[in-house]
Design a protein around this ligand. Sequence first.
Ligand code: F6R
Length: 600
Amino acid sequence: MCGIIGYTTNKKDAVEIAIAGLKNLEYRGYDSSGIAYNDGKITMVKSKGKIANLDDKLKSLDTTSSIAIAHTRWATHGEPNETNAHPHKVGKVTLVHNGIIENYATLKEELIAKGYEFKSETDTEVATAYIDYCYATYSDKLKAIVEACKKIRGSYAFDIIFEDEPETIYSTRKDSPLIIGYGKDGNFAASDISAILSYTNKYSLIDESDVVRITKDNVTFYNSNLEEVKKEIKIADWDATQYQKNGYDHFMLKEIYEQPKVIQDIYTRFYNNCDYSDLDITSFEKIHIVACGSAMHAALVGKYLLQTYAKIPAMVEVASEYRYAEELITPKTLLIVVSQSGETADTLAALRLAKEKGAYVVGIVNAVGSTIAREVDKCIYTYAGPEIAVATTKGYTTQVAIFATLAINAMKKNNTLVNEEKIKSELLNVENVLNTIISNRELYLDIAQKIYTHNDVFFIGRGIDSAVCMEGSLKLKEISYTHSESYSAGELKHGTISLIEDGTPVIALATNDDLFEKTVSNLKETKARGAYSIFITTDNYKDYNFDEFADKVIMLHKTSEFLQPILVVVTLQLIAYEVAKLKGCDIDKPRNLAKSVTVE
Ligand code: F6R
């Protein structure tokens, strides 16, 4: 949700390097972008659309500068256009912002009364003006930022340049990510490490409300009392090549292909050196699992595994709704928050609420050092590596893989784990099995060709398959803009079946032997009404007669339910991918979306 980068250097290539870094942040938002630099005065250049447009504009300008702050936007206040794009400049202050200023309307009124005028519809221009006003009041940049931030309510990561100190960047953050990078020729303040990895892997995290003064050869951190504080310098173990497509057509495809390895790694760590084996989820009175979007879908699979196998009841709640369940949170509650980015605002708010209520909070998180990872009581990392495609793939499957291990651990604690060796050998063989499934690309393309011209697609399944359907449906709609719905197979006939007409694609999942016949019946009900039926099941049914109800069949390796959902969802990811490709969609950057949703 917006990406920012600031760079100050002893060379003259700050614009070039800031733009290169910004391109790596483009997955965070891509409706407009802009940059400010010092060519004797503070110059701002902005453009609507992708960063490539901004880059084109810059080519005809003299961009020799040893400082730059840049921004890629996902619009919240005001449509994507050049006026609303960042940076914003008011008085002596130019800044870029990731986050949302909740009380901007009140602050704006206050500032208008003081004589300020505004050009854009943004909350950010108001924050810029407020800092300018505080600077005029206190004549001290650090104090101006601290005082302005006392008045500003909401979330922010700011990179700021003051006109009378044009070679220095001031940065601060609250509830939005920002890191400091230490380069050979200068220093950075960026939304995440991906922006700077080509130049340095040395970075520090900025604590909430700290203010940082960054010059080309010095970085000084201050707390909100303006006392200098020391920060640990960390070394990132992700490298720049992980942020490249490495020969794949899309990041999404690359990330689909990375799944076998990262999931195998989870199970190898689990059986060899599990760093959460001491976590006894059976000791809590109740478990709440909270997340958004795909992470919430992973939570639904987790709930199923915990309830069905470990016999632990769990409640799954969409993070933005969790506050309405406030009265259910007690000190005996275990809250599991699930987040690939570790920055999702709704999930973060849920975790803070639960901590206030005394609950113990565990995070299943991918982004190392992210806000959620830092604020939970215990963080279980998925170590999926950087996920650049906006639609998650390996982020989701690694979350499911962690839930499987939590259920297995709980069953061990309860002494209810049967077939332990069989499950272990299945999990430790996942890489081979998944590679085989992924290599079956022609089958997914064939199915995609049958469905890509249709406006509506339905996914049905029972039990754990019903949870997987939700993710399959989301993947299809978000990247291919095909309307799709996911239904518990038994529920379709209670209303939605009225939408089935001649040729409507229905994808049915039936991987659980106890539920197989019922799902077959439900698919037949749609077939009888003209549906084009796609049936996904397991290879123990290879002799079954599918002809009378299935137009297409995908048969997957039969394995335990701890693993089966992952095998199924990978086929659904690839079907969605092929549909989106046939429709010519921008697969890695679907319209209206942004990775890392840092506003509530
Ligand atoms: C869908 C997708 C989103 C995210 C959701 C939560 O493909 O990626 O639905 O799953 O925004 O994001 P995280 O996991 O970063 O909290």
